[in-house]
Design a protein around this ligand. Sequence first.
Ligand SMILES: [Zn+2]
Length: 345
Amino acid sequence: MPTRSPIAGVCYPRDYGEFMAWFPTDDDCADYLEWLRWPFGFACPGCQSVSACRLADGRYKCTGCRKCTSVTAGTIFDRTRTPLTVWFHAAWHFATQKDGISALALQRDLALSSYQTVWAMLHRLRSVAVRPGRERLSGDVEVDETFIGGKAPGDKGGRTHGEKALVAIAVERREPKGWWRCRMAVIPDASSASLGAFLQDNVEAFSTVVADGWGPYEKACDDLYVHEPHVAPGRKASEVLPAVHEVAGLVKKWLNSTHQGAIGDEHLHLYLNEYVFRFNRRRSGSRGLLFYRLFELAVAARPARYRQFIVAKRPKATKPAPPATRGVPLSLERSHADRPCRRAA
Ligand SMILES: [Zn+2]
């Protein structure tokens, strides 16, 4: 990546005004991707050669292996027919708005004809929102599970599924109060094996796992973690494990408001990725920095395909808006226009 500490106004736009000024055309967007992906100049993804010539269509032709590579090849923008200006607007809203944006709201905002295209674009962004090899949580970590989604409530007293998905949540406690980062994952059940796998994926070894009195945690922690069961008869679960309960409440509220609860179980993990991405960066001084972080991940990620997101059923299509090209969004490129209202006088 170009710099370890990206500078606002240099490495990323500080605000929406600057964003609009930086990326008026698809070529401007491609140039930014190129700067992010190859900060020291082109490097062939096939043979790592830095010797290449530029073709008329903007691609690079490697002089070593003769392979032609575009700036989007091998990233989440690979083989997309959606213009980069549309991608950039989607990413800006996704990263910088406090609650992100729903596919329907984005479709309306940009007057795009295909709901499926917008839906798949946001899912691609969600799929890269988790950084590979990210640091696991450490210190005192609250862990609990909650039920999300589905039509019927989960079985209250126990840990059975009902029709809801079981989601494990871990949150780092901050002394003397508050919390730092969180992690969430859909787990198959609340057995010691499933909880142990979640802990090993998300919590640094030898951290303290603060949980309720659920038996399987003891085995899940094994010798890897310090297990601290909090059993307080007469006290509410939200008082015993305040951090995870607060985060669980926030994510459910977000799913029900921004996305109106219309999340299929098969896609829930992607929405959790998105929530964690913004939650863990909530103290970031600049919203534009979140846009930059998302693009860092997007140019480094392997391409995702539409079919990867369709597990059981396709998203419900809305009535298409009028634009001419069905399915393929039009670029948001516009040349400078005099305001027609002035000419009408
Ligand atoms: Zn090459």
